[in-house]
Design a protein around this ligand. Structure first.
Ligand SMILES: [Zn+2]
Length: 202
């Protein structure tokens, strides 16, 4: 986990540096031939119920990639400076708190993941206010994924980046999701969590 945060802090793509399995940024966003942003079509919202049904009904994949081993790198710092994109205030966070890394360390990876989900048609937003000493609401201590479902606003506190990895695999119509080490896990056991993340709780 630690090297993931380090790589995120350094602004490196975690998977490309680890396994080379994921497409590079250049492949994802070709510099040439891409239509100008102004005329880019809006992504179509995915049919969430159809996706849920598919994962629920399909058997779990039998062959899952074991991923690649990456060697942990010691974190070279014990605190991170977080600059709030809303108000500009700087907040200093301990890198580790009660044995868990602060989400401020990998905030770029969180933002990039939510941006990717937006590109896949999910109208989600990352509420980072818990990380800002000025914007923080009392008792808030986690990043929150905001969206809407059936016309009402939804909010779900994020546990870690894996939440967003599961969501991306789900919206991409996969039956398995990949962790930081590109190790695959079946998506079916994660369906309750995916419903929570999307606020699909009736
Ligand atoms: Zn703020």
């Amino acid at each position: 986990m630690r090297n993931e945060l380090l790589l995120a802090a350094l602004g490196l793509s975690s998977l490309t540096s680890c396994t080379g399995r994921e497409p590079t940024a250049a492949e994802d966003h070709p510099a040439q031939g891409a239509p100008p942003k102004a005329v880019a079509p809006q992504p179509t919202a995915p049919d969430l119920q159809a996706l849920l049904k598919r994962v629920a009904e399909q058997p779990e994949p039998e062959r899952l990639s074991p991923g690649a081993m990456c060697y942990a790198v010691a974190l070279p710092f014990d605190r991170t400076d977080y600059v709030c994109p809303t108000c500009g205030a700087k907040t200093i966070h301990a890198t580790l708190r009660a044995g868990r890394e602060s989400p401020s360390v990998s905030i770029r990876a969180y933002r990039e993941s939510v941006h990717k989900l937006n590109q896949l048609g999910l109208a989600l937003r990352l509420d980072e206010s818990a990380l800002c000493s000025a914007c923080k609401k009392e008792g808030a201590d986690a990043l929150v994924l905001e969206g809407s479902y059936q016309g009402r606003p939804t909010r779900c506190a994020l546990r870690d980046l894996d939440d967003l990895r599961k969501l991306q695999a789900f919206v991409e119509g996969r039956l398995a999701w990949k962790d930081f080490f590109a190790r695959e896990h079946p998506l079916k056991p994660e369906l309750p969590r995916i419903r929570e993340l999307l606020g699909m709780t009736e």
